[in-house]
Design a protein around this ligand. Structure first.
Ligand SMILES: C[S@@+](CC[C@H](N)C(=O)[O-])C[C@H]1O[C@@H](n2cnc3c(N)ncnc32)[C@H](O)[C@@H]1O
Length: 162
């Protein structure tokens, strides 16, 4: 539904925000809201994020938000998960120094696997650190509400490029 990017774009009118998700209904919904509310600092790219960075190799970001990526809860699908060591290194390369990556999930197994992979990357001298676990400034989006309704704890990771 784009609640978080809408809030970020509204609060920070001098910054440009790029929303990337191949789910076309969600993108269409956000385009509609941007037109209605005359929001002009959101760019939308309806493809997988990997393709976005291939298509725009020179883009460098201040912040990257990965909120509730598809959890693939079945074990046989875990290899399809987006956030893994190689992906983290690839997007770290797309961040400014001191730039941040925000990751949120209500899937405990996903959170634990990402935490372990991050610690391994850090111990192998990847240029990043984990600063805190609970950002206060994320919107209460559809998937935050869904997690609460299901009684799932939302877990956060905030990574800083050093
Ligand atoms: C559970 S929804 C969460 C949507 C949104 N991030 C939010 O928090 O409201 C998961 C989304 O991840 C998107 N997704 C899965 N793999 C992706 C990828 N490689 N690149 C971009 N988006 C992806 C799916 O299309 C889906 O819309």
């Amino acid at each position: 539904m784009g609640h978080n990017i809408l809030a970020l774009a509204t609060k920070n009118p001098n910054n440009i925000f790029v929303g990337i998700d191949p789910f076309i209904n969600g993108v269409a919904n956000l385009v509609h809201t941007c037109v209605e509310e005359k929001i002009s600092n959101i760019l939308l790219y309806p493809t997988p994020v990997e393709k976005f960075f291939q298509d725009f190799p020179k883009i460098i970001c201040d912040q990257i938000y990965i909120l509730f990526p598809d959890p693939w809860p079945k074990k046989k699908h875990h290899k399809r998960r987006l956030v893994k060591a190689n992906f983290i290194l690839a997007i770290l390369d797309k961040l400014k120094t001191k730039g941040k990556i925000f990751f949120a999930t209500d899937n405990q197994d996903y959170f634990e696997k990402v935490s372990i992979e991050l610690k391994e990357l850090i111990s192998n001298k990847a240029p990043m650190k984990i600063i805190k676990k609970e950002p206060k400034y994320l919107e209460n989006t559809k998937y935050f509400k869904r997690a609460n309704k299901l009684g799932n704890k939302v877990q956060f990771l905030v990574i800083v490029k050093i």
